[in-house]
Design a protein around this ligand. Structure first.
Ligand code: AMP
Ligand code: MG
Length: 277
């Protein structure tokens, strides 16, 4: 079962066509159980990815405010070894970052081989908020789609698996989550006037997201649309996609680790023999 919806290269996306509360007939309990099972497999695959050291995994999380980026990160980190997994958040650029090209701050955060990095927002902000809020002229941001595709192609050709998730929530669900934050003293710190400003520009962000999804879904790095109104379904869809992407690499990783293991053992035996033990 495919719980996430992959955008094919060249496919024109209209977000109205996507159900934000999709759950494929699963109950919360069923989805949580499946997600935990996949989470365990994800952890095992990540250990192999780390040990084999020939592949990197970049997970890009994009979505409107309250779409669940932090929650998805918590789910992934709960199931992975934090030693080789990091999170890179992208905020309003600093003066130094702005004095470079828009990919400068992004490229240096990409994962090394054997590592996993989760982008909490990403270079896509440079064609989303930058476009909607008019932070750069159209002639600047409109070139960025191609520049992003070339960048992701480079990462992919260099051994990085790029998984991009758009967490798709409805306007109604967002309102509920924002109002919940106000009521919860532990979550109220997350409140920001920008969230409500973003709601006024909901349709502009929709157009900007549709263009990013349409123009930056490539063979090397397709977008996946995740129905995110239900947190438990969101986690399941993300876990499934990560596991299904890594699972086909397992055999080669095992073989390379076994052959490495044999070499290490032979070396140890030679060492013992040389000592006459
Ligand atoms: P948060 O994810 O709630 O911590 O907020 C981070 C804020 O930084 C969001 O409002 C983003 O839109 C903003 N942001 C991230 N990247 C950029 C960028 N390249 N240009 C302008 N604002 C950005
Ligand atoms: Mg925020």
């Amino acid at each position: 079962m495919k719980y996430s919806e992959e955008v094919r290269p060249g496919e024109k996306i209209r977000l109205d066509d996507y159900d934000t509360s999709r759950s494929c007939g699963l109950t919360k309990e069923e989805a949580r159980e499946k997600a935990d099972e996949l989470g365990r497999e994800m952890g095992e695959l990540q250990e192999l990815l780390f040990a084999a050291g020939d592949t990197a995994l970049l997970i890009v999380l994009q979505g409107r405010d309250t779409s669940g980026k932090d929650g998805a990160i918590r789910f992934i980190l709960n199931h992975t070894n934090v030693q080789s997994c990091r999170v890179a958040p992208f905020k309003v650029p600093t003066a130094e970052e702005l004095s470079h090209d828009f990919l400068w701050r992004v490229h240096r955060q990409t994962p090394p081989k054997g590592g996993v990095t989760i982008f909490n927002r990403s270079h896509y902000e440079d064609v989303l908020v930058v476009r909607v809020a008019g932070l750069a002229p159209e002639k600047v941001w409109s070139k960025r789609y191609g520049q992003i595709n070339a960048f992701e192609e480079l990462l992919s050709a260099s051994g990085t698996v790029v998984l991009k998730f758009f967490l798709n929530i409805s306007k109604k669900e967002q309102e509920e989550r924002l109002l919940d934050r106000e009521k919860d003293p532990v979550k109220a710190w997350k409140l920001s006037v920008d969230d409500w400003k973003g709601r006024d520009q909901w349709d502009d962000f929709t157009r900007a997201y549709e263009d990013a999804l349409t123009r930056c879904s490539t063979e090397a790095a397709p977008w996946r649309i995740i129905a995110a109104d239900r947190k438990w379904f969101r986690d399941l869809a993300i876990a499934e996609c990560i596991v299904e992407t890594l699972r086909p690499m397992k055999k080669a990783w095992m073989e390379s680790l076994e052959s490495l293991g044999r070499e290490q053992k032979a070396e140890l035996e030679a060492f013992r023999a040389s000592r006459g033990a």
